[in-house]
Design a protein. Structure first.
Lengths: 291, 274
């Protein structure tokens, strides 16, 4: 009986805590017409326009919402400087997986992109770069043959034209629907980075929310500089798989950007609002460094 | 369809057959003078990857092998063949040593996957695998890879970049375990047999995709007649080593790059299509 009462007490405490947490920090004054979005982290209701003008960052708790490739590009590069590469590559269904075509169609509709990776050349404060961005709205930014090929081609382009390379990752990992062919993209992209390395060129990898699985275990971890964006999930194995394997709860803050910083996997954690500035600084510091 | 299910799932079961020899037995047969070398010089000695030196066909080779263990005690000791980052780092250390001393490398893959655990994440599982993928591409010595039983995901590929890749007839090589795949596709890990048939994970499938170069026949299967398959494997490794050590390192690296560069299937439309 005591147990039962204690349990109810604990539940009540939890409830109070959660309700309190949600009701602080912001004051809903008058409610304008429009859509509200609930913050995944603090639970606050945020007016969509506010989120939009605040670079998809929660104004109350600083949580970074996921950002599509085109918005990310606009936030990062000099306006009008982007020239897209390899936009005509599209996925087929080599394993004849059921429903794969439908998922591709949804991805295309959601992102207005042919595949999950946007790549090309651009300038950041007038410094030319090769830039690639994964879009998590396209099948969780997963890497199949096309993403692997486009990443590889971008790396090869940067190698040939001696450009610094910046890749923003946002991916659940290798794309299940293309099976072993997806797995091999990990080797292919890493191979291209090996050649890029030989030319002593700069690669900045930016891991955003989420960067996991086969993308984390290939090109995303191989930057000369690894940056984790603020409030990102970064890791190899999925939390559910780990929980099932070890049969215990995961520690708080597991696989977050701060976790990766503490364990020495990234050079820095950068707030989205400071990203362009930071990239520019890094590019500048590497200019004239090569002999 | 039911035939495909049977074939693929039968292979999965054979690949995991309790009587199927593990890497240690293969090493013992191929390299009677094998000497094990331990440790990654950074953290520990991961027992799920065995590394060392031995002679085969008159050539001294470095051997890297994922070891699952046979008995229950062994399985626990070898963590069921699921390496931590230190295992991959040990492998890379020994492979770089092989390059230094001009020894060809034989990698034996047999893992359900890299270990998904807290320590593994803390010590950089993703980074360890990625580093191996990149570094193996540049090793100036021949690398022969064989999938012995189970090639699971990035944990297999992390010692799987090479010049010549073989699979035993009853082995599987896939992006994920059929159980994991089923839980994603069907939200039900019990449908692993169905998932296996979709995944294209048999040696024949992988040969048809040009992901591997050769299938080593097993006759009745390694679990019933290990000697036959092991002998076939031995001959194939000797033959490929002889062929590959004649190549210049630049030719070797170029071919290795192109081998992986080709992998993938996609559609490319001309600019005029827009």
């Amino acid at each position: 009986m005591n147990d039962f009462i204690n349990e109810r007490k604990a539940k009540l405490e939890d409830f109070k805590k959660n309700v309190r947490k949600k009701s602080t920090n912001y004051q809903p004054v008058d409610i304008p017409d429009g859509v509200f979005i609930k913050c995944d982290q603090c639970g606050a209701a945020i007016f969509e326009k506010t989120l939009e003008t605040n670079h998809q960052i929660c104004p109350y708790c600083d949580f970074h919402f996921r950002m599509g490739a085109s918005k990310r590009l606009a936030l990062t590069i000099d306006e009008g400087s982007f020239v897209e590469l390899n936009q005509h590559l599209s996925s087929v269904n080599p394993l004849s997986m059921p429903e794969y075509e439908d998922k591709l169609a949804i991805g295309k509709k959601l992102t207005n992109m042919e595949e999950a990776f946007l790549s090309g050349t651009a300038k950041i404060v007038k410094i030319p770069v090769a830039i690639g961005i994964l879009d998590s709205n396209f099948m969780m930014g997963s890497m199949g043959s096309v993403v692997g090929e486009k990443v590889t081609r971008l790396i090869e382009y940067a190698t040939e034209h001696k450009l610094p390379l910046i890749i923003f990752s946002a991916s659940g990992g290798a794309r299940m629907q293309e099976g072993i062919l997806s797995l091999m993209q990990m080797a292919k992209t890493s191979a291209a980075l090996h050649r890029f390395d030989q030319k002593k060129l700069l690669y900045i990898s930016v891991m955003t929310n989420p960067t996991t699985g086969g993308v984390a275990a290939s090109f995303a971890s191989l930057g000369d500089i690894n940056i984790a964006e603020h409030s990102s999930l970064i890791g190899f194995a999925g939390a559910r798989v780990i929980k099932q394997t070890i049969r215990q709860e995961l520690p708080e803050g597991f696989q977050t950007d701060q976790f990766q910083l503490q364990h020495g996997m990234v050079d820095m954690v950068v707030h989205r609002k400071d990203m362009r500035k930071t990239l520019f600084k890094l590019l500048q510091l590497h200019q004239g460094g090569a002999h | 369809m039911s035939d495909t299910i049977n074939t693929a799932w039968e292979k999965v079961k054979l690949a995991r057959h309790p009587k199927r020899p593990t890497a240690h037995q293969i090493i013992k047969s191929l390299f009677p003078d094998f000497l094990e070398l331990h440790g990654d010089r950074l953290y520990s000695d991961d027992q799920s990857i065995t590394g060392g030196i031995g002679t085969l066909g008159g050539v001294v080779m470095t051997v890297i092998a994922e070891e699952k263990g046979g008995s229950t005690d062994e399985k626990i000791k070898h963590n069921f063949g699921m390496p931590h980052p230190e295992g991959y780092r040990k492998a890379l250390r020994l492979m770089k040593q092989a390059e230094k001393f001009n020894r060809p490398i034989l990698c034996i893959i047999d893992t359900p996957g890299a270990y998904p655990g807290i320590g593994a994440e803390e010590r950089g599982q993703a980074s360890a695998i990625a580093t191996n993928l990149k570094e193996m591409m540049g090793l100036k010595t021949p690398i022969i890879v064989v999938v012995l039983s189970e090639g699971g995901s990035g944990g297999a590929l992390a010692i799987g970049v090479g010049d010549y890749i073989m699979m035993l007839e009853n082995s599987i090589y896939a992006i994920l375990s059929p159980e994991g795949y089923a839980s994603i596709i069907y939200k039900d890990s019990q449908k692993a047999d169905l998932a296996a048939s979709l995944m294209k994970l048999t040696a024949e499938d992988l040969l048809s995709f040009d992901v591997i170069d050769q299938i080593i026949p097993e006759h009745e299967g390694l679990h019933l007649d290990p000697d036959f398959g092991i002998e076939q494997l031995k001959n194939a490794v000797i033959e490929q080593t002889k062929r590959l050590i004649k190549r210049s390192s630049s030719a070797l690296l170029q071919a290795r790059y192109e081998k992986f560069r080709r992998m993938g299937v996609y559609l490319e439309q001309g600019e005029h299509d827009e």
